[in-house]
Design a binder for this molecule. Structure first.
Ligand code: CO
Length: 200
């Protein structure tokens, strides 16, 4: 299995050099990605591939169910580096329909440690019971919960001191929420973004 990866990598690297002899020389210089992507760890939702971006174009953080926990040092470190050092202007929070993490949050079974991680999604579901009750179909309810999760995480990112301080400095920065359809391969803008601090 590992040999397979190394062989695939060798083919890929050779192909790149064949198409562009300076490809890796250029990529070994400083990175200037235009986007920060906060997405789900799901193997079917790889940021570069689904957004059609090359190495060097997107700075990526992924975790189960694309969550921005206020105390998550990993995600906050990525966010700070992206905003302050890389001067990224577009932050994308990308969820996807059929998210196993979103499903596990509300399936009323015990899954272990991940139940703690997924708590914010249960909070969103509880706050949205009225809206959810409009959908007769469980699949539609879960799809909507996937969307509501993205909308909530976009707001959380916009509310972090890192992003608020960037806006206070006059830095051009916006946060956007997208959702990806596993069944059609399409990204959709949920129009829940911010380019200034959220008003309460
Ligand atoms: Co997922």
């Amino acid at each position: 299995m590992v040999e397979y990866l190394i062989a695939r990598n060798a083919d890929w690297a050779a192909e790149r050099v064949e198409q562009d002899p300076d490809y890796f020389k250029r990529l070994s210089g400083p990175q200037h990605p235009r986007y920060l992507w906060i997405g789900c760890s799901d193997s079917r939702v790889p940021a570069n591939v689904i957004a059609g971006l090359e190495p060097g174009e997107v700075f990526v953080h992924r975790n189960v169910a694309n969550l921005m926990h206020p105390g998550d040092l990993n995600c906050l470190s990525v966010l700070q580096y992206a905003v302050e050092a890389l001067q990224i202007q577009k932050i994308i929070v990308c969820g996807h329909y059929g998210c196993g993490g979103v499903n596990a949050a509300v399936d009323e079974r015990r899954h272990g440690l991940i139940d703690h991680w997924l708590q914010p999604i249960r909070d969103i579901a509880e706050r949205s019971t009225e809206e959810m009750s409009q959908f007769a179909d469980e699949g539609q309810r879960m799809n909507r919960l996937c969307e509501l999760n993205v909308i909530a995480q976009v707001r959380r990112v916009a509310e972090t001191p890192i992003v608020r301080d960037a806006w206070a400095r006059g830095q051009e920065l916006s946060v956007h929420g997208l959702i990806y359809g596993l069944s059609n391969g399409r990204l959709r803008d949920l129009d829940c973004g911010f380019d200034a601090p959220p008003q309460h």
